[in-house]
Design a protein around this ligand. Structure first.
Ligand SMILES: [Fe+2]
Ligand SMILES: [Fe+2]
Length: 264
């Protein structure tokens, strides 16, 4: 069985330390194979926020696969945003925001790509997009992976929206991405909406996690997802902050039949 933790929207600068500590305790108890971190590590992409995010990542009890979010860009610092949008990300996280990050082990293949963009044609600069090159990188990683591996894609921007988050928009090129990932991936992990839910799109399971421990709440408590994959069965458990600790708020089950997932 593969156990995966999905955390998102840490927003250091707006973090609640007691909730962050409790999350670490819950993760230590869960002992996941991998922690997928779905972006917005910082609130305003300042050095101090990135340093706090780095220290948090270093204290995780499992390897982390980390992608940026729109808040990890210099917001209205227009010169930095234009000239060197990812300078601090590179400095503190040490990964190339234009490349794919991967994790392979324990029957799991995970690929993360950066969907945040310094500029968009949309008036809402928080929107994101997946590029043709990033899709090629994901396809390349999965096509060279043994067929029995459980395949996960990690982004910040979502492939599935529910009514409360509808106006935030799907990740750009989501339709093309879903066509290409349909027979290649199992699970798509995202954040950005600060709401937790899961469902099936194009035969793939999509899981969204809430804001893990920031006070930027959008109508529901802090949460993260604990996901277990066992052959053709998948469970997404949403672990919510109850004021004292994280506990299971709800659980959704999915089953796979000939590479297509459906809700149980
Ligand atoms: Fe966020
Ligand atoms: Fe975001």
């Amino acid at each position: 069985m593969i156990r995966l933790a999905q955390i998102s929207d840490l927003h250091f600068g707006r973090e609640v330390p007691a909730v962050a500590e409790a999350l670490l305790a819950d993760l230590r108890a869960a002992a996941p194979t991998l922690v997928a971190v779905c972006g917005d590590l910082t609130q305003t992409a300042r050095d101090a926020e990135f340093r706090a995010a780095r220290a948090f990542l270093d204290s995780l009890p499992a390897p982390a696969l980390v992608v940026p979010g729109n808040h990890d860009l210099p917001g209205w610092r227009v010169w930095s945003r234009a000239a060197r949008p990812w300078r601090r990300w590179r400095q503190h996280l040490g990964t190339d925001p234009h490349g794919a990050v991967t994790f392979q082990g324990d029957g799991l293949m995970a690929v993360g790509v950066n969907t945040a963009r310094p500029w968009t044609l949309h008036t809402d600069w928080s929107r994101g997009r997946i590029s043709v090159g990033q899709l090629a990188a994901i396809r390349g990683a999965f096509d060279s992976t043994p067929v029995e591996m459980f395949r996960v894609v990690v982004t910040h921007h979502p492939f599935l929206l529910t009514e409360p988050g509808r106006r935030r928009g799907l990740v750009g090129r989501s339709a093309l991405a879903l066509r290409q990932l349909r027979d290649r991936a199992d699970l798509l992990l995202g954040g950005h909406i600060h709401l937790a839910y899961s469902g099936v799109v194009a035969g793939l399971v999509v899981a969204q996690s809430g804001t893990a421990f920031s006070n930027r709440l959008k109508g529901e408590p802090n949460s993260y997802n604990l996901i277990e994959a066992d052959g053709d069965r998948l469970t997404v458990r949403n672990r919510r902050w109850n004021g004292l600790q994280f506990d299971t708020h709800d659980s959704a089950g999915y089953a796979r039949h000939e590479r297509e997932w459906s809700a149980m």
